[in-house]
Design a protein around this ligand. Structure first.
Ligand code: NAD
Length: 388
């Protein structure tokens, strides 16, 4: 099936490219607007007919899956939602009806492995509490399906490695859902920082925080170390860490960190509230990051260059972003067309499968973040700077 699909996609992509001419280039208009920010493959590809789109199963029908991911399939060009995996049959049936999914494609956590016998399912998207990512990704790969897994990839380095090994053994793709790496404002920031348009990059500051709500069912498991793996760092500090890595294109060589949790706050009996960490990169760039379960909503990235300072705020929201560049002669705001980053990342994996390419954010990318987050905890525990 994939050969004919690939041929069709290649032909359509070429036609599409020919009609636009400027593919692959970033064009900045005289008004300072980025007209064509860097793209992933899927952003440049035409839509496949429904019968040729890859079939996806979503595992875990929680807040993020039902409010962001499942509705986004309507905007996907290469992917369609065809199956659901849930412990709650009534909930799954309700969503199956809403999304036109055949009830025979509803699975539970016990019969999940029998998804191997369903040729309609090409890819499985794991949207469960963090501690369940490894088990369901590995079982999914063993069932012969490609895997998209939510961040953080897993709780331990060993689990991440086991997921990578399982996908390799089954000859399936494994991608981590780092949506910011498919989102146009973040792609523009990467391009601005790496192309020298801000001068020489000296420092990055990134802060991610929110006020954990014990009444929200989606936050209940986040307060339990066994299910969450860690506290604010694992959940949202990972966005600050990711930002430093994708903006610099480098890996940190030194880490120091401190943590603090409000004493007697029942939310932080098992997991940490605040983590501040500093990273040194090989080029000399320093990064100061913070992560908190006590802040009001904060999703900010700042890049300090010798000629200009870039600020993305909000940087990692679902739909609204703002990018400003401050220079000696004033502040410029860049208006970039918002796109559905979830649809873009989902299609990126489908297209990587169709073209047999490594996705941009493979398992190894998720493993690196888990490795670094473990070192951040270690640096804070020991009070020592860690050289990597
Ligand atoms: P949620 O609690 O709303 O959803 C989790 C789902 O897993 C629920 O439907 C729950 O019933 C199910 N589940 C199955 N077994 C469970 C168990 N043993 N304990 C608890 N729940 C169980 O949480 P969420 O906010 O949707 O987060 C799910 C995943 O998605 C997490 O890994 C989170 O980090 C990730 N996430 C990513 C983003 C993003 O922007 N990329 C945003 C939010 C959440």
């Amino acid at each position: 099936m994939f050969d004919s699909l690939k041929k069709e996609l290649t032909r359509r992509t070429l036609l599409h490219k020919a009609s636009f001419g400027l593919m692959g280039l970033s064009v900045i208009s005289s008004a300072g607007q980025i007209l064509q920010p860097s793209r992933t493959l899927a952003q440049t590809s035409p839509s496949l007919p429904p019968e040729k789109k890859l079939g996806w199963a979503v595992v875990g029908l929680g807040k993020f899956a039902t409010q962001q991911i499942m509705p986004s399939f309507a905007e996907c060009k290469q992917s369609k939602l065809v199956a659901l995996v849930s412990g709650d049959r009534a909930k799954a049936e309700k969503y199956a009806q809403q999304y036109g999914i055949n009830p025979k494609n509803i699975y539970n956590y016990q019969n999940y492995d029998s998804i191997r016998n369903n040729p309609e399912v090409d890819v499985i998207y794991i949207i469960l509490p963090n501690a369940l990512h490894a088990e369901y990704s590995i079982r999914g790969a063993q069932a012969g399906k490609h895997i998209m897994c939510e961040k953080p990839m897993a709780v331990t380095i060993e689990e991440c490695q086991a997921m990578i090994n399982a996908a390799k053994k089954a000859n399936r793709k494994l991608m981590i859902a780092y949506r910011a790496q498919y989102e146009p404002y973040n792609l523009a920031a990467i391009e601005l920082a790496r192309s020298g348009q801000l001068g020489k990059i000296k420092a990055i500051v990134s802060d991610h925080g929110r006020n954990l709500d014990p009444k929200d069912p989606a936050d209940t498991w986040r307060m339990q170390k066994k299910l969450a793996g860690g506290g604010s760092l694992y959940d949202i500090g990972i966005y600050s860490l990711q930002a430093t890595r994708y903006i610099t294109g480098e890996e940190p060589i030194e880490i120091s960190a401190i943590t603090h949790s409000t004493p007697n706050d029942p939310r932080f009996r098992e997991i940490e509230e605040n983590v501040n960490f500093t990273l040194r990169f090989p080029s000399g760039i320093l990064a100061n990051c913070s992560s908190s379960y006590g802040y009001s909503d904060t999703k900010r990235i700042q890049v300090f260059g010798s000629d200009a300072t870039l600020e993305l705020d909000p940087a990692t929201d679902y739909y609204k972003h703002r990018l400003t560049i401050k220079r000696k002669n004033g502040i410029e705001e860049r208006n970039i067309q918002e796109k559905n980053q979830f649809a873009l990342e989902i299609d990126h994996l489908s297209e990587s499968i169709i073209n047999n390419k490594q996705p941009k954010t493979p398992g190894e990318e998720g493993l690196q973040d888990v490795r670094l987050m473990q070192l951040i905890y270690q640096a804070s525990r020991t009070g020592k700077t860690i050289k990597i």
